[in-house]
Design a protein around this ligand. Structure first.
Ligand code: PLP
Length: 451
């Protein structure tokens, strides 16, 4: 963007014409948005020239960091060669074929087919239609119900927000749509009471079985979950949780869907967070890190169990988007996956930067009276704010203290997100050890001053 304006001019135009997602526009317009103009590595710059450390990789997506010329070049080359074509009516193109082939290499064994969307939300809408279509083809059309969790985040479209378990989203627009059910989340710190984490993990996992029996096993199509909840607060389930969920899905024959929109493409040090937890899903939602956020793209990874009937017995699958498998997005995704592989970024998260980040954060915050636990693995962490470490007491106005801390960080040129009473970090995967030192020391400083 070459247009030159002052910060005040940008803010005035923004207030005059632009509605931001998830924002109180009245309050925002009075305060004025911060105008972000440039990015490089793990840093951003605003229109006033402040250098900001991005501890969130944008919205958990800029895995290879900002300013990668290779990705811009890949987009430019593809735009000149074939800027657009679709794959609806008996056509295909090299970019989408090559991307599908690459995804078959980096996803866990058994995933050989991919459907493309522009976003994670559309990926999850596709999941709703695909799992129901699967059961139609299999001859069990009454299997329509999809079970999810309270406080899950699966996106903002009507279908994806219905799958999600955010009450504040359901309350606007009359969600959820029919045949979506929710069970409790595996959030031991706040909801585990006197149970051990393992006993609590089993208890909430068994709610899946209770729900299946209550709905009627013959009506249940799938269970969906983020391997670790991202927007819900980087909630890592107890070790007992996922094996039990998986056992129950298998016992009742229902499809297991992992929403890998945040966990995919290296965040945990595995290519997919399912691999960290030993989950073997039938379907995975993918987005964000697939293109490192350089261009919108999402999709669904489809295992043979679902792909075989869909391809061989299903006839037309009446679903698709103008930009499904967009050539420019596909070209960027191909180069982005190439960078992740060639630079050994995922392996580095697993063996070096991930453990280093977790160790530094835990050591730095161990004695902080405001932090009850640091949960995470690889380059993602959730820090629990607590009023009393010994009793796990939460603040009476859950969330307010988090927002205070987040705003304080932002004023000090550090992006750290708050969800409820948890502070979240998820930096670009290219972050170096010295940048981790800086990130941890700045996060600790802000949390301490908030306390
Ligand atoms: N699923 C998960 C786990 C997410 O965290 C998000 C977004 O944050 C989505 C789905 C929705 O993705 P998008 O915002 O690309 O629609």
């Amino acid at each position: 963007m070459n247009t030159q304006r002052t910060t005040q001019e940008w803010q005035a135009l923004d207030a005059a014409h632009h509605i931001h997602p998830f924002s109180d526009m009245g309050a925002l317009n009075r305060a004025g948005s911060r105008v972000i103009v440039r990015g490089e590595g793990v840093y951003l710059w605003d229109s006033e020239g402040h250098q900001i450390m991005d501890g969130m990789a944008g919205l958990w997506c800029v895995n290879v960091g900002y300013g990668r010329k290779e990705l811009a070049d890949a987009a430019a080359r593809q735009m000149q060669e074939l800027a657009y074509y679709n794959t609806f009516f008996k056509t295909t193109h090299p970019a989408v074929i090559e991307l599908s082939r690459l995804l078959a290499e980096v996803t866990p064994p058994g995933f050989e087919h991919f459907f493309f969307t522009n976003s994670g939300s559309e990926g999850n809408d596709t999941i709703i239609r695909m799992v129901r279509r699967y059961w139609d083809i299999i001859g069990q059309p009454e299997r329509k119900v999809i079970i999810s969790r309270h406080n899950a985040y699966h996106g903002s479209t009507v279908g994806a927000a219905s799958l999600g378990g955010m009450d504040y989203m359901h309350s606007q627009g009359g969600l959820p749509i029919p045949d979506i059910e929710h069970i409790d989340q595996p959030y031991w710190y706040a909801e585990g009471g006197d149970l051990s984490p393992e006993a609590f993990g089993l208890k909430v996992a068994r709610q899946l079985e209770e729900k299946i029996l209550a709905v009627g096993p013959e009506r249940v199509a799938a269970f969906i979950g983020e391997p670790f909840q991202g927007a819900g607060g980087v909630i890592f389930p107890p070790d007992s949780y996922w094996p039990e969920i998986q056992r129950i899905c298998r016992q009742y024959g229902i499809l297991l869907v992992a929403d890998e929109v945040i966990g995919g493409f290296g965040r945990t040090g595995h290519w997919f967070a399912s691999q960290h937890f030993g989950i073997e899903p039938d379907l995975m939602t993918i987005a964000k890190g697939m293109t490192s956020g350089y261009i919108p793209m999402g999709g669904v990874a489809i295992s043979r169990r679902v792909a075989d009937p869909l391809i061989n017995e299903g006839g037309d699958f009446n679903h698709g988007l103008t930009y499904s498998g967009h050539p420019v997005a596909a070209a960027v995704a191909i180069r982005n996956i190439g960078i992740l592989r060639e630079e050994g970024i995922v392996e580095r998260v697993m063996n070096d930067t991930g453990p280093y980040f977790q160790r530094c954060l835990k050591e730095a915050l161990a004695d902080n009276p405001l932090i009850g636990e640091v949960a995470g693995t690889g380059l993602v962490a959730g820090m629990q704010l607590t009023r009393n470490k010994a009793t796990r007491e939460l603040f009476p106005n859950r969330g307010e203290v988090g927002l205070l801390c987040r705003d304080f960080c932002f004023a000090n040129n550090l992006i750290m997100r708050a969800t409820g009473e948890r502070m979240l970090l998820s930096p670009p995967l290219v972050i170096s050890r010295s940048e981790i030192d800086e990130l941890v020391s700045r996060a600790q400083h802000c949390i301490t001053l908030t306390a």
